[in-house]
Design a binder for this molecule. Structure first.
Ligand SMILES: Cc1ncc(COP(=O)(O)O)c(C=O)c1O
Length: 500
């Protein structure tokens, strides 16, 4: 019996202590996503302070809206004076409506002509994804008489050169090849009345600090080169993808879990996971392969932004100067586009059990009122245990007692008589699995049997998980999103997004 408890943000723990979720959502059949704007606000403050207190270079933060398109989080970005990164025309329209001015908006990713035209009209910064996009920007400006103001662009680099160990980067479908940059420079020079090259952009999914440092070095090199040929380049944008990690309360429990899983694999025993799954671990010459990747996916508590950026920015640019110092000396603004890291722990998602059946070895199969796309579990399957609330606790609980600490019955702390339960979604697909690992539950009244109406709460779903793949393929009830705020020390307010 193995438990891997999720880390729970203190604000969410406080909310859970003071809120009777069972009665609040008793009549609700939809997948429920609760969003906590105060947590995003805390992240913004942390990011700002880290750069203000530790580095002299100028920095600018763009919230990558794709991590969660809810107006709730966009409003937080607006109110906290950061910038925003949009990746579609509708995202752009949405942030304009909420009140962002073009000067605080960057447009990234592949773009349609109408997206480009709107971005040009609103004077947004455009991260140019290809030579063809650059040519399209130039011709849209000509065609629509938009040449009276200069459009600021970044060139997104696809294949930065790195000299770190013997790592070779995988090809990216995004951005412009280094070898094609000279062609871009000529095009921009020929159209210097209407296009202004502001700098460079690299967003790649590799999270390693050493590689992020290499990417920044590549962009500084390009800034130096372009200044020599006459451009006034002042921006480098390192994108996002800093640490899309699962947060566990105690890393040792997770390591123990992996050890047991490895031993089971080596001894040809059942993994306990659904269909004997081993999370891509494999056995080659009796050695377990793939453990390192699984280990790296999980972090104890919250991700440490300071140590991450310290290591990157204190890397040497050359033998004389660090990255942070050269950025300062050359007066280059370092831009970041965090999505995940501004929304870490900013949301939880609630599923209810709609059907239960007994399965082998005293275990249960529970189907929930959500499917795996409502919490993007095919993309970001939870490796940590969700919170379980037994429906029989509705009248017993004292969650409204502000002095209570989170009731232990809420967190899964399996005893030997706990029940094992597999969690599935509400579609007809065999693959609609919410978690491959079983969870162990205890409840006061039902002999530890799961029951219809019991709640399963997935943590850390604010970024991507609650939106990115959200779908109701069988016309099930659609997801509902709620803003949760701490209105005073004793009370939390829950408002449905449409009501805001
Ligand atoms: C261009 C760009 N910037 C920023 C991000 C945000 O990345 P993350 O949420 O991992 O920080 C993405 C994510 O896909 C992206 O494509």
């Amino acid at each position: 019996m193995i438990k891997v408890e999720s880390y729970i943000h203190p604000l969410i723990e406080d909310f859970l202590n003071k809120t009777n979720l069972l009665s609040k959502f008793k009549e609700e059949d939809s997948p429920i996503h609760l969003l906590f704007p105060q947590i995003m606000e805390n992240h913004i403050t942390q990011f700002k302070n880290i750069f203000k207190d530790n580095f002299e270079c100028n920095t600018r933060i763009y919230f990558a809206k794709k991590a969660n398109p809810s107006k709730i989080f966009t409003q937080v970005a607006l109110d906290n004076d950061i910038h925003i990164d949009v990746a579609s025309e509708n995202e752009l329209l949405d942030v304009l409506e909420i009140g962002f001015e073009g000067s605080r908006i960057e447009c990234t990713g592949p773009k349609s002509d109408s997206f480009l035209k709107l971005a040009i009209e609103k004077n947004c910064l455009i991260s140019c994804d290809s030579i063809n996009e650059l040519i399209r920007i130039i011709s849209i400006k000509k065609e629509h008489n938009l040449e009276n103001s200069k459009t600021s662009i970044l060139l997104r680099i696809s294949n930065p050169r790195i000299s770190y160990g013997n790592i070779t980067l995988k090809d990216s479908r995004f951005g412009i090849l280094i070898e094609d940059l000279d062609e871009c420079y000529s095009l921009i020079t020929q159209n210097s009345n209407s296009i202004e090259l502001k700098g460079f952009h690299i967003h790649r999914s590799e999270v390693q600090r050493e590689l992020k440092a290499e990417f920044i070095k590549e962009m500084i090199t390009q800034v130096i080169k372009t200044r020599e040929i006459g451009f006034n380049t002042t921006i480098i944008n390192i994108g996002g993808a800093f640490s899309p990690l699962h947060h566990v309360k105690d890393i040792h429990s997770y390591r123990d879990y992996l050890n047991i899983l490895s031993q089971k694999l080596q001894h040809n025993e059942h993994s306990e996971n659904w269909r004997n799954d081993f999370y891509d671990l494999s056995l080659i010459n009796n050695q377990v392969k793939g453990l390192q990747i699984l280990k790296q996916k999980v972090y104890q508590g919250m991700f440490n932004k300071l140590s991450y950026f310290n290591e990157i920015l204190n890397t040497n640019f050359n033998e004389h100067i660090t990255i942070s110092k050269i950025l300062e000396e050359l007066n280059i603004t370092l831009c970041l586009e965090p999505g995940y890291n501004l929304l870490e722990q900013s949301g939880i998602s609630i599923a209810k059990i709609i059907d239960v059946k007994k399965y082998k070895d005293n275990s249960y199969i529970s189907s929930c009122n959500i499917n795996s796309s409502n919490i993007s579990s095919t993309f970001f399957e939870s490796l940590c245990d969700p919170i379980y609330i037994s429906s029989s606790d509705e009248n017993l609980n004292n969650y409204n007692n502000i002095n209570s600490s989170l009731p232990t019955k809420v967190i899964i702390k399996p005893q030997s008589n706990a029940s094992k339960m597999y969690l599935f979604g509400n579609t007809c697909s065999e693959d609609d699995i919410l978690m491959r690992r079983p969870i162990y539950i205890e409840n006061n009244n039902n002999n530890n049997e799961p029951k219809i109406g019991d709640m399963i709460i997935f943590t850390n779903t604010g970024a991507y998980k609650s939106y990115f793949q959200d779908a109701s393929p069988l016309m099930q009830k659609k997801s509902k999103y709620f803003k949760v705020t701490n209105i005073d020390t004793n009370n939390w307010e829950i408002l449905e997004e449409n009501d805001n």
